[in-house]
Design a protein around this ligand. Structure first.
Ligand SMILES: C[S@@+](CC[C@H](N)C(=O)[O-])C[C@H]1O[C@@H](n2cnc3c(N)ncnc32)[C@H](O)[C@@H]1O
Length: 233
């Protein structure tokens, strides 16, 4: 390889890495802004009823084993998962979110907090019994990358557990009210957010990366969430 070619290649790699790093820093800054009041804001935006329903549904899960959680935020649902797991590694890309989680999850001895990008983790293949993510899929630019990562780090037969808020099947009046509450707390949503994912669309995303969908349901009354369980084939 000539000197010029090698310099061009090195530059391309450098630009690619810097581009990725800047993007990651940008995402981290975006989410960190919300950390301090995230739980109360979320309660205001989506309402207590759906949060309670999700927590109850999660409490019915059994034997989750060694769990990795992506995008744990302040650890709102991590508590419930930890009660059913041997150990949870709860990850997020925002230090501020992780700091709030650290305070909230202090009493749990089986939770470890770790900074990680869900699209590109350094966990070994086949390491976990369960991958859990709540309200993450719809805010990712490329959810397939995270689902592929989940597949890679799960044991064979491992469980993929996804909870995700959705506007799908919501009454239009409730949708407008939700939109106003959202704007008041968090401003305009991310331009690439998938705010109306249907159960079929979520199942399709998951099946495309070789999971078998065991269950997908829509929960909630005024505001809604998807609940999906998949198995690594
Ligand atoms: C909508 S919040 C949900 C937080 C929490 N799971 C919940 O349901 O309360 C999305 C979270 O995902 C995190 N996040 C976004 N993109 C991420 C990425 N690429 N890797 C890891 N975490 C990410 C954000 O920092 C934020 O804490």
């Amino acid at each position: 390889m000539s000197l010029e070619t090698s310099t061009n290649a090195e530059n391309a790699i450098r630009h690619f890495l810097i581009g990725n790093r800047t993007m990651l820093e940008h995402k981290e800054r975006y989410w960190s802004r919300f950390a301090r009041t995230y739980d109360e804001d979320q309660e205001y935006v989506v309402g207590r009823a759906i949060l309670k329903a999700i927590t109850k549904r999660l409490s019915e899960e059994r034997d989750l084993g060694d769990v990795i959680e992506f995008g744990c935020g302040t650890g709102y649902f991590t508590k419930e998962i930890a009660k059913k797991a041997r150990h949870v590694i709860a990850t997020d890309l925002s230090d501020e979110m992780l700091e709030m989680a650290r305070i909230q999850l202090e009493e749990f001895r089986n939770i470890t907090l770790q900074k990680a990008d869900c699209e590109d983790t350094s966990f070994p293949s086949g390491r976990f019994d369960t991958v859990f993510m709540a309200n993450l899929i719809h805010v990712l630019i490329n959810p397939t990358k995270t689902l592929q990562e989940s597949h890679q780090i799960l044991k064979n037969g491992g469980l993929l557990l996804i909870v995700d808020f959705t506007g799908y099947s919501m009454n239009w009046f409730e949708k407008i009210k939700l939109g106003i509450r959202y704007l008041r707390k968090w401003g305009l949503p991310l331009c690439y957010a998938r705010n109306n994912l249907s159960p079929d669309e979520l199942a399709c995303l998951v099946e495309n990366v070789d999971f078998k969908v065991e269950e997908v349901q829509i929960m909630g009354d005024k505001t809604k969430a998807l609940y999906l369980k998949g198995r690594k084939n």
